[in-house]
Design a protein around this ligand. Structure first.
Ligand SMILES: NC(=O)c1ccc[n+]([C@@H]2O[C@H](COP(=O)([O-])OP(=O)(O)OC[C@H]3O[C@@H](n4cnc5c(N)ncnc54)[C@H](O)[C@@H]3O)[C@@H](O)[C@H]2O)c1
Ligand SMILES: [Fe+2]
Length: 402
């Protein structure tokens, strides 16, 4: 079949998604924001009548004591807790099953996720698995969840994924490492706390990479074919805040004002991309995560400029607008010049953050299969502004090899 004919089909499918997202109610969690807001959330959890809660987190966060105040606050409010700290970056079905077993053994009534996107996503799937009694692979895909999950609360400790407001959870098959997203509004937490003080100890590399993930969400949402006035507002705000504050938190992790700004920005980017979906950057980054365990944010950061180069002529005006809100306009430049300036600026940021332009792990021999999987993911899920075929995707991936 001619590629142009296929593209017509993909575009039709994406317009159906746009209508679905418009008509299906998408809840927004009650948000507590600012220094100490994680403790306000603990008080709200108690006020909801919760007697025993499962905390889903990772072992590193327990080790560095990030949960200490949260545990103390829950206890002070009379809420018992059980900790599941077995979540690892890019959580697997097994990790979700282990958390679910602990939840059942202890008759937990609710779930509190504390961590980056990995604990948040694992907790989302634990919450809906507890009430839907279905294997995880039957919940994966679009709108497969029938019952509401257990009451679910979230405290992000990275400013990256925006998972606290998105209706997606990404879990991986432990054998193939293939990421299988569960996409359903029932994965959205009831309440979340954006507490920048929990992020001041985030190492420099993770700060930069997760921040680039948030920026990628904002950009992919803004250039998506399914963008709306509402998503544009969030994407623009997120871009403006990230461009000013990400360099600050990478240089000085203890800048608590900039940390709080990043927490807000990553949430705004989440608000934008949950309705528009993402694009080729994420589609390729997910494969790099599956093949080489490249951290999500790093993979996005590396792929981002290549996809922007490719898409530039289809979204010149939009990229120019992003350049303007990023403070890059210095003269009466044309939109084309501004768009190029925006892409150049992203490359400069990557250099400043010590993120390489190529991925050392990427093997040429894997490229055809990586491209195939990325295009499949993108074409059936993401309303990209400019479609690419297999050979174009392969060419682009070759540029990312050393
Ligand atoms: N649901 C969504 O909408 C969505 C969107 C994008 C990405 N994701 C998923 O999120 C996952 C990535 O999440 P992530 O980038 O936030 O990283 P992560 O949760 O995998 O954490 C990365 C590392 O950072 C450490 N860490 C986290 N917070 C810390 C803190 N405050 N101080 C010190 N160390 C800290 C963790 O211990 C871990 O070692 C991927 O699985 C990705 O697919 C989900
Ligand atoms: Fe992401």
């Amino acid at each position: 079949m001619l590629f142009s004919l296929k593209v017509k089909g993909y575009k039709l499918l994406m317009s159906v998604f746009k209508i679905l997202v418009k008509i299906i109610p998408i809840p927004k969690p009650t948000l507590f924001t600012g220094a100490g807001s994680s403790l306000e959330l603990c008080s709200a959890i108690a006020q909801m009548g919760t007697r025993i809660i499962l905390i889903v987190t990772d072992s590193m966060l327990v080790k560095i004591g990030l949960l200490d105040e949260i545990k103390k606050s829950l206890s002070q409010h009379g809420v018992e807790y059980v900790i599941y700290d077995g979540v690892e970056p890019d959580p697997t079905y097994d990790q979700v099953e282990a958390g679910l077993s602990l939840l059942k053994e202890n008759n937990c009534e609710a779930i509190l996720a504390v961590g980056g996107g990995s604990p948040l996503d694992a907790a989302k799937v634990i919450s809906i698995s507890a009430t839907n009694h279905k294997p995880i692979n039957k919940l994966a895909g679009w709108f497969k969840v029938r019952q509401y999950g257990l009451p679910f609360f979230a405290i992000p400790t990275t400013a990256g994924t925006g998972s606290e407001v998105t209706f997606a959870a990404v879990v991986s098959d432990p054998v193939t490492h293939q990421k299988t997203p569960v996409i359903d509004p029932k994965t959205i937490p009831m309440m979340a706390a954006l507490d920048g003080t929990l992020m001041t100890g985030l190492p420099q590399t993770i700060t930069a990479e997760t921040g680039m993930d948030a920026l990628t969400h904002a950009i992919e949402a803004y250039i998506s074919n399914n963008s709306t006035n509402e998503t544009d507002r969030y994407a623009i705000a997120a871009t403006r805040i990230i461009m000013t504050n990400l360099p600050k938190v990478v240089n000085n992790g203890h800048d608590s004002e900039a940390r709080q700004n990043m927490a807000m920005a990553s949430c705004y980017a989440g608000m934008a991309f949950t309705k528009t979906a993402v694009g080729y950057v994420h589609a390729i980054a997910h494969q790099l995560g599956a093949y080489y365990q490249t951290p999500h944010g790093r993979a996005n950061a590396i792929v981002l400029p290549y996809i922007l180069d490719y898409s530039q002529d289809a979204v010149t005006d939009r990229l120019a607008q992003l350049a303007i809100v990023s403070g890059l306009q210095t003269d009466k430049e044309t939109n084309q010049q501004l768009a190029q300036k925006f892409i150049n600026h992203i490359r400069t940021m990557l250099k400043q953050f010590n993120i390489p332009e190529q991925l050392e792990a990427l093997k040429k021999v894997d490229i055809p299969l990586i491209a195939k999987a990325a295009l499949k993911e993108a074409h059936f899920n993401y309303p990209v502004p400019k479609y690419m075929d297999q050979s174009e995707c392969e060419k682009l991936l070759y540029k990312m090899t050393i």
